[in-house]
Ligand binder design. Structure first.
Ligand SMILES: [Fe+2]
Length: 400
């Protein structure tokens, strides 16, 4: 384990060097009711003439896409459509979407939807202008060509993909989620328009909100502390504790919707600087193998991973306890950290997410754990996962 820890630190030092030399990105965000139209105005002023909209069929049928992009139409911008994105987009969908983009001849891509649509939009934009196989870009900063500008309008409040340079794509043959992270995939601008998430089903509000919470907590307890990572994750956690229960119980509450949009955005900003951690390393395996929604998987895994790393992240977890109003001035860090972890489970229960899943199979634990340990070692985590601990966590998540 000592050697593993040493190699992990060496790998992180190299990655940190590369990350610190990544050119800064210029990024715009429009926020509040009606901001989707403001973004459309910005796209028009940026001189875009033909925009490919990447989304899913359900959002088209609900009329949400039309509301989001009506400002492009009214300004005379030609619109192409790829609406074939499914949850956990695959490389096959990336190929379909980039073919549509090539035929259409777009000069920009607009992702409208949840994380899957925005992630797909990013990789489709990159894939449409090259013959390279996007599977080669799995990892960090592997894209070497210019990418058409990417814009995002999230319709859920969770992934923060509108402010991250990463995209998750599923390799359907291996049943694994892969991550392509590249500064060239950073959206140029986004709109956080609560009008578009007003009637989101409560289960999606819960899952996406818990995904945002996982981003913020993983960024806060990260080994790295870069730029605004701590401050923006603290803002996100505060907003999520205050507003997720209301957004879940009363989907039409615009203050709660707007606050959750901001929370997801700030949490995304945090992971864009320090990445995610062991919770995602395990949750990605559950999503890849069983199709468990990303936010649900994170919500199930989060308290167990926090418990696992609480000895190394005691102070940070205690700070979060104070942030969300747990304990008093005399409470010790150990008590605050423990109570914060309990509060995470309570919040998960409050928004109706089960702590276990019957989809997880005991016979898969070993292979799932191996993949999670491998992925976890690529993140700046304070404590490396080991196979035995990960299997123990999977036991707790399995409903027999
Ligand atoms: Fe996530």
């Amino acid at each position: 384990m000592l050697l593993k820890r040493f190699l992990h630190r060496c790998q992180l030092a190299l990655l940190r060097f590369l990350v610190d030399f990544t050119p800064p990105v210029n990024y715009l965000v429009f926020s509040g009711a009606g901001s989707a139209d403001q973004l459309c105005g910005h796209i028009y002023r940026a001189g875009k003439k033909r925009v490919l909209v990447v989304t899913d069929k359900e959002l088209c049928n609900l009329g949400i896409v039309e509301r989001a992009i009506s400002g492009l139409r009214s300004r005379g911008i030609e619109i192409g459509l790829y609406d074939g994105v499914l949850p956990d987009p695959t490389f096959e969908q990336i190929s379909e979407g980039s073919n549509v983009m090539r035929t259409f001849g777009g000069d920009a891509v607009l992702g409208v939807g949840g994380g899957s649509c925005m992630d797909a939009a990013k990789i489709i934009a990159a894939a449409a202008v090259t013959d390279e196989d996007p599977r080669q870009w799995v990892g960090f900063n592997k894209i070497k060509h210019d990418v058409p500008q990417i814009f995002c309008i999230p319709t859920t409040s969770g992934t923060g993909a509108e402010t991250t340079m990463g995209g998750v794509v599923k390799n359907s043959e291996l049943r694994e989620k892969t991550i392509i992270s590249d500064a060239r995939l950073m959206p140029a601008a986004a709109a956080l328009d609560p009008d578009l998430s007003m009637n989101l089903p409560s289960a999606i509000t819960a899952a996406t909100g818990m995904d945002a919470l996982t981003h913020a907590i993983e960024a806060y307890i990260s080994l790295w502390d870069r730029g605004t990572s701590k401050a923006s994750s603290a803002v996100a956690i505060d907003l999520i504790y205050k507003y997720l229960p209301t957004a879940y119980a009363d989907g039409g509450n615009i203050e709660a919707r707007e606050s959750m949009s901001l929370a997801a955005y700030y949490a995304g900003m945090a992971i864009n600087q320090v990445n995610v951690g062991n919770v995602h390393a395990i949750a990605h395996q559950l999503g890849g193998r069983y199709g468990i929604p990303h936010g649900v998987a994170n919500a199930m895994v989060l308290p167990h991973v926090l418990e696992f790393c609480s000895d190394k992240a005691l102070f940070a977890l205690a700070e979060l306890g104070r942030l969300v109003g747990i304990g008093d001035l005399n409470s010790s860090n150990a008590v605050l950290a423990k109570d914060f972890i309990i509060s995470v489970s309570d919040l998960r229960n409050q928004v109706g997410i089960s702590p276990q899943s019957e989809l997880i199979k005991k016979e898969d634990h070993s292979v799932l754990a191996e993949a999670a340990v491998r992925e976890g070692a690529t993140y700046p985590v304070r404590k490396l996962l080991d196979k035995e601990t990960t299997i123990h966590i999977l036991e707790k998540l399995t409903l027999y």
